[in-house]
Design a protein around this ligand. Structure first.
Ligand SMILES: [Zn+2]
Ligand SMILES: [Zn+2]
Length: 315
């Protein structure tokens, strides 16, 4: 079951010719989610072939470089005769402003749009096998980050052991794997823990949006497979990072290290570093042992299961 991230926009507050303002596209098992929608997001979606079947949009905060793509995107969805509802999740106290963006210039979309406010600790969206939670970020306006966390998967089913115990191949296998005990013809009871291994963790990704480094990001998900963190500045502007409520690449890497993240994507680079990412990467690598990279617009990333193994939860 693939979990894929497409970096639609990786710029800081001001775009460059190579980088669009912030937006992330996440696809999981036929479901498509969008995190932030800076100006031009719809065109990035066309360019990188993601399609427009997004069911949820998660907004980290209301700075223009994260939301100005919303009116255009919604108008295009409307032109495409969209009928499916769109859920928009926004930080507390910002619903009214987002509503006015959605209805920019008197536009009235004909498909249903639901805007809900979320605060730190809230589950913004509960899906069948995962949830998207909001967590506190530290920016100079109302803001949250989001963590997509999959449920644990069932443990591995030990088929050989089940056969040794005399369980007939068939529905009893599935019942055991689902956690039920089964009775054999001779009256023996076989319990799931005899044939099913420990539950295996699902995958997780954490997206901070704009923020200073915070403990809340460390706690947003246990050992996230991917942490996408504000890295607006390099060490040369550490004070400016703090003054403007952003992070440096090194600070992002310290958070990644404390969180036990497997991979770190440095996002939202200031346009003053246009075309030059060496310092960001070198400074982050001094404090983080995992894989670190500065994504380009359009870059796609597949997130594997932490145990590297099975794709299907039923295997
Ligand atoms: Zn920003
Ligand atoms: Zn901002």
């Amino acid at each position: 079951m693939p979990l894929r991230v497409t970096f639609l926009g990786t710029a800081g507050a001001v775009p460059t010719t190579d980088r669009n303002p912030s937006s992330l596209f996440v696809a999981r098992e036929g479901e498509q989610l969008l995190f932030d929608a800076g100006e031009g997001t719809q065109r990035q979606m066309m360019r990188f072939g993601t399609g427009f079947s997004v069911s949820h949009l998660f907004v980290t905060h209301l700075h223009g470089d994260h939301v100005l793509g919303i009116p255009g995107l919604i108008q295009t969805m409307d032109f495409n005769d969209r009928e499916e509802p769109l859920a928009i999740h926004v930080p507390h106290g910002t619903r009214r402003q987002i509503k006015s963006l959605v209805r920019a210039l008197g536009n009235r979309p004909t498909f249903p749009i639901r805007i809900s406010e979320v605060g730190p600790g809230d589950v913004a969206y509960r899906a069948d096998e995962y949830e998207v939670r909001a967590f506190a970020s530290d920016h100079d306006t109302r803001s949250v980050g989001y963590a997509l966390v999959e449920d644990d998967r069932k443990g591995r089913f030990d088929r050989e052991r089940a056969e040794e115990l005399g369980v007939p191949v068939g529905p009893k296998f599935s019942r055991l794997h689902a956690g039920e005990s089964v009775e054999l013809e001779d009256g023996t009871i076989v319990h799931p823990d005899e044939v099913v291994g420990e539950a295996r963790p699902g995958r997780s990704l954490v997206y901070t949006g704009d923020t200073r480094p915070t403990a809340a990001t460390v706690e947003a998900a246990a050992e996230p497979d991917l942490l996408i963190h504000d890295a607006t500045f390099a060490d040369d502007r550490v004070e400016r990072a703090s003054d403007t409520a952003h992070s440096t690449a090194r600070q992002a890497a310290e958070i990644a290290s404390r969180a036990g993240a497997r991979r770190l994507a440095l996002m939202h680079l200031s346009s003053r570093y246009a075309g030059y990412t060496d310092d960001h990467l070198a400074e982050a690598r001094e404090v983080f042992d995992g894989e670190v990279f500065v994504p380009s617009d359009g870059e796609e990333l597949e997130i594997p299961y932490p145990d590297g193994g099975d794709v299907s939860p039923d295997e």
